[in-house]
Design a protein around this ligand. Structure first.
Ligand SMILES: Cc1cc2nc3c(=O)[nH]c(=O)nc-3n(C[C@H](O)[C@H](O)[C@H](O)COP(=O)(O)OP(=O)(O)OC[C@H]3O[C@@H](n4cnc5c(N)ncnc54)[C@H](O)[C@@H]3O)c2cc1C
Length: 385
């Protein structure tokens, strides 16, 4: 791993930042307020090659990796336009299909995903299972050549703008009768697939949904890859999800920090700008340190993932998501405080970020489940659950 970003990566960073600046936080907030989609930004990012930057070149992608996709996520979020569906569509679904899909599945889905013309949501969370994914009950049974899928999912992002959802379910093992995890691509217009929006207190154009699968009939090739290897396939999608969660939080932290620093440099109520008071300067400086450390861990995770080391990437991917969420939530709060009363005005746009940045502590995996992973895997401590 080099600490000097290559020229290509530096150029990608600058190009994504320019796209983010062209739209800006105002666009994002307007879409959220008027219940509009961010389709224009998504499609332009697709045309510029940003959305599929991590997907294989032979299927229309950029042929780069998670490092590059994390740049796209971080820079858009740092411009106030962090697209949540980037975590899901190219990072989880794209990676899983590119690595484990059949040739037909790759040809059917990857070019559209890479171009931003197809969006795919990801559904693992269930109302009665929550963080305990071992408890999911969405089940597929065989019916001749077809699969019949039934179950429920909750908090699934962007179902209304997605063409399909990658659903984590279970199949009954022919030999043992036990239920084994399996991944299915379910088109959102399939009969028996319905969804309702969950009212959320988030100023975000990308919404969350409860999803109902009521005997959804799927062709045999809806099952992704090898059912025997579904767990490791799922794992391959979870590292990118954590890397992208970290990138989104780091971007939001940078956005808030930039606003706070700008303000602290010019706002004068005594004889110097408020940024000269250490009570204002030090928490911002500490936030900068914490963000940079989280970013380094994210880059380590992405570098290992791109080198094909799924297991090696797991620890830094979890640590980066944890560290980024902690740093960014603290920093957004400090940024709001730096602006005094203006921190809570609509004009400065920081207050809605208090809720938005908090997503990073809960999703795609909660802070506690990350600490459980580190406690058990890195430290070898026993499990309480
Ligand atoms: C904005 C948003 C978008 C989302 N998008 C998606 C999506 O696209 N697809 C998808 O599948 N899911 C999505 N989710 C769901 C998200 O992954 C879950 O909310 C998250 O995994 C936590 O599950 P839960 O909400 O059921 O909380 P619970 O599992 O009920 O947990 C509640 C609290 O208990 C803690 N807890 C639980 N178990 C333990 C334990 N063993 N030890 C210590 N503490 C524990 C948790 O950390 C948490 O603080 C999204 C959620 C949000 C908020």
């Amino acid at each position: 791993m080099s600490f000097i970003e290559t020229q290509e990566r530096t150029e990608l960073r600058a190009a994504v930042a320019a796209l983010g600046a062209k739209y800006g936080q105002d666009y994002f907030r307007k879409c959220a307020a008027q219940d509009l989609k961010t389709t224009q930004l998504w499609q332009e990012a697709g045309r510029l090659g940003f959305i599929g930057v991590n997907l294989p070149e032979e299927y229309g992608g950029g042929g780069a990796g998670m490092y590059e996709l994390s740049i796209v996520m971080e820079e858009l979020a740092a411009s106030g336009t962090g697209l949540l569906m980037l975590v899901v569509s190219p990072a989880i679904c794209g990676n899983v299909i590119a690595r484990f899909g059949t040739e037909e599945q790759k040809q059917r889905w990857l070019p559209g995903l890479a171009a931003g013309e197809i969006t795919m949501a990801f559904g693992i969370t269930e109302p009665d299972a929550g963080s305990n994914s071992h408890q999911i009950t969405t089940t597929a049974r065989r019916d001749g050549d077809r699969w019949i899928l039934s179950g429920q999912k909750v908090f699934i992002s962007g179902v209304d703008q997605a063409d399909a959802v990658l659903i984590v379910g279970r199949t009954e093992e022919a030999k043992t009768g036990r239920l084994a995890p399996a991944l299915f691509i379910v088109p959102t217009d399939a009969e028996g697939f319905t969804f309702t929006q969950i009212p959320m207190e988030l100023e975000n154009p990308e919404k969350q949904f409860q999803v109902f699968l009521d005997d959804v009939a799927l062709p045999a090739d809806a099952l992704v890859g090898d059912p025997e290897a579904a767990l490791s396939q799922l794992f391959a999608g979870l590292n990118p999800e954590r890397i992208m969660g970290a990138a989104s939080a780091i971007g939001m932290g940078r956005f808030a920090l930039a606003k706070a620093v700008d303000y602290a440099k010019t706002r004068t109520v005594w004889k110097t700008p408020i940024g000269a008071h250490q009570a204002i300067a030090h928490p911002l400086a500490a936030g900068k340190v914490e963000l940079e450390m989280a970013k380094l861990m994210m880059q380590k995770a992405a570098t290992l993932y791109d080198a094909g080391d799924d297991w090696g990437a797991a620890e830094p991917a979890n640590m980066a998501k944890y560290a980024a969420a902690e740093a960014a939530t603290k920093l957004v709060d400090q940024a709001v405080h730096t602006l005094g009363g203006n921190g809570l005005t609509s004009e400065y746009g920081l207050a809605p970020m208090l809720a938005l940045v908090r997503i990073a502590k809960v999703a795609p995996v909660s802070r506690e489940m990350i600490l459980n992973f580190v406690a058990q895997t890195s430290l070898g401590l026993p499990k309480s659950y």
